[in-house]
Design a protein around this ligand. Structure first.
Ligand code: TXA
Ligand code: MG
Length: 315
């Protein structure tokens, strides 16, 4: 299959209307979009990514009016999150309508919905006119793509089109919050932080912190975000052993920093989050065997960053 690279949202939307797949930029990571109401298109997502069929997809919208066709009701907490954080890096899990194919939700009766704030994403969604199901545009298990070049690495020849944009701003996937439970539960940490969510609905908490809770997101049981190199978390800088086939990323320079095959010292947690997945991919491209990653305090965006680092370090 030929993969068309374009900057035209109109051209890209044309493929969606023919039940084809289009990768597109969002503020978090690149998504792999398909018509949410087309079973034929949805099947292509699972095939192209090698994604397990029991891992549900997120619906992407550009206008709140699109919610009617997707969800049966919007609980009060969700209403408040929508008001405070849409459009943005937040996915809300809500009770789905009959109209949403079960293939999209992997048989669940809930649907994750997100309204990206990236201008190209909204223009593209608008040009499509229908909600798009869109997982991250990587092969299953690989780090999510934060540039169109990373999408091409994984998807060239397997999807119809890549809508080109720049490097993504956040670099980590959206926060996923289940709003169908008695209290809002964070299933996946992201750039909309626990602290921000709590300021709007104070009962919000991280899933998995109480026994009486429903199970976490199905996708979280799978290996994720992993480069081919081994990932080792570093609490004390001395734990990072400098060699040519090792790499280092963190906020502070380790001893013998210039001996590492690759190294990236980040100026902020935000920059660390933004660079992490592309750093992982660069390391794989350079044949690095071990990547040392400095840990950060698990608060605010640091919670999401630590979540991804921990997953990457437990293959
Ligand atoms: O930032 C993002 O969310 C990106 C961009 C493209 O929007 N998308 C993304 O999608 O990361 P994906 O498919 O790679 O991750 C979706 C996560 C998975 O862990 C999945 O299990 C969970 O969200 N999820 C989706 N629908 C769900 C539902 N109904 N209930 C619980 N978890 C759900
Ligand atoms: Mg993903």
């Amino acid at each position: 299959m030929k993969t068309t690279l374009t900057r035209s949202v109109k051209k890209a939307a044309g493929f969606i209307l023919e039940a084809e797949l289009v990768a597109f930029p969002t503020e978090t990571v690149y998504g792999l979009g398909a018509n949410l109401f087309s079973e034929q298109a949805l099947k292509k997502i699972f095939l192209a990514k090698g994604r397990p069929a029991d891992n549900p997809l997120i619906a992407h919208i550009f206008d709140l009016l699109q919610l009617d066709a997707l969800v049966d009701r919007v609980p009060r907490a969700a209403e408040r999150f929508i008001e405070a954080f849409f459009p943005g890096p937040l996915t809300l899990v809500l009770p789905k309508t009959q109209k949403v194919p079960t293939l999209a939700t992997a048989g669940l009766d809930t649907l994750g919905v997100r309204m990206p704030r990236h201008p190209i994403a909204s223009a593209f969604l608008k040009a499509c006119g229908i909600p798009l199901a869109a997982p991250s545009a990587n092969l299953s298990g690989r780090p999510s793509p934060t540039s169109w070049q990373a999408v091409r690495e994984d998807m060239e020849g397997h999807i119809s089109c890549i809508l080109k944009g720049g490097q993504t701003e956040v670099g980590l996937e959206s926060t996923v919050v289940d709003c169908t439970y008695r209290v809002p539960l964070i299933l996946r940490a992201g750039a909309t932080t626990l602290e921000q969510l709590r300021a709007v609905v104070s009962t919000t908490r991280l899933a998995g912190t109480s026994r009486s809770e429903p199970p976490k997101s199905p996708g979280l049981k799978y290996r994720h975000y992993s480069p081919r190199a081994m990932v080792v978390l570093v609490n004390q800088l001395e734990e990072a052993v400098a060699t040519k086939d090792a790499a280092y990323i963190g906020m502070n320079a380790p001893p013998k920093a210039n001996v590492f095959g690759k190294q990236h010292i980040c100026s902020s947690v935000k920059e660390y989050a933004r660079s992490l997945f592309s750093f992982f991919r660069n390391c794989d491209g350079a044949g690095i065997r071990v990547i040392y990653c400095q840990t950060v305090p698990p608060t605010s965006l640091g919670l999401a960053l630590m979540d991804r680092l921990e997953r990457a370090s437990h293959p």
